[in-house]
Design a protein around this ligand. Structure first.
Ligand code: THU
Length: 134
């Protein structure tokens, strides 16, 4: 990731958060991912009256990146309007690990309070395709 990518990732994730559809939890999440081809793709959480049907912001952003032909994601920014940074849920960690275990994950809270981790730190010993024996 180039240092110059970060401001745009933050902007796209923040914009996405504004559009989050979260009438049930009232917890809005925005995400933006950086593909290895250089594109930036955003996602927001999209809830549903049938609660388990809801989708996290991170997996929405992954889907947008894949639609655009990306198969590697090198960085992710997650934005929430919270006092402390919001790490990705377990299901999203597994989904993200498909696209680069060395991904850098920035978690940005209100007033810019930021935490940063690698995906490896967030999900050590992940399930991956090398375990599939076919
Ligand atoms: N959520 C995300 O979009 N990403 C996360 O990493 C954590 C949780 C959403 C799911 C649900 O719409 C709301 O936040 C509350 O759990």
């Amino acid at each position: 990731m180039e240092i110059t990518d970060y401001p745009l990732l933050l902007e796209k994730a923040s914009e996405a958060m504004q559009n989050a559809y979260a009438p049930y939890s009232r917890f809005k999440v925005g995400a933006a991912v950086l593909g290895s081809k250089g594109g930036i793709y955003a996602g927001c959480n999209v809830e549903n009256s049938s609660y388990p049907v809801g989708m996290c912001a991170e997996r929405g952003a992954i889907a947008a990146a894949v639609v655009a032909g990306e198969t590697q994601i090198t960085a992710l920014v997650i934005v929430t309007d919270t006092d402390t940074p919001c790490p990705p849920c377990g299901m999203c960690r597994q989904a993200l690990s498909e696209f680069d275990k060395n991904m850098v994950v920035f978690m940005v809270a209100r007033n810019g309070v930021t935490d940063v981790s690698t995906l490896k730190e967030l999900l050590p010993k992940q399930f991956d395709q090398t375990l599939l024996n076919h």
